[in-house]
Design a binder for this molecule. Structure first.
Ligand code: ZN
Length: 68
């Protein structure tokens, strides 16, 4: 959980925030939490907590080592 209460998940040292949920399909879209606003296109798609699609094409280094 982040400080402002939004859910976050971590995968391979990168963190993602839940961007939107498709209520019809149940698919949640998660975007890179640290660099999404800087143009990072990495994102995950999840259904019921299971990752069904992964784009780990980050435009920056692993957030654990280099947070900003
Ligand atoms: Zn990223």
């Amino acid at each position: 959980m982040s400080r402002n209460g939004n859910p976050l998940i971590t995968s391979n040292g990168f963190t993602y925030f839940r961007k939107q949920k498709n209520l019809k399909s149940g698919v949640e879209r998660w975007a890179c939490s640290t660099h999404h606003h800087k143009g990072c296109k990495a994102a995950l798609s999840m259904i019921d907590g299971v990752i069904i699609r992964k784009n780990t094409d980050h435009n920056h280094d692993n957030s654990m080592r280099n947070y900003y």
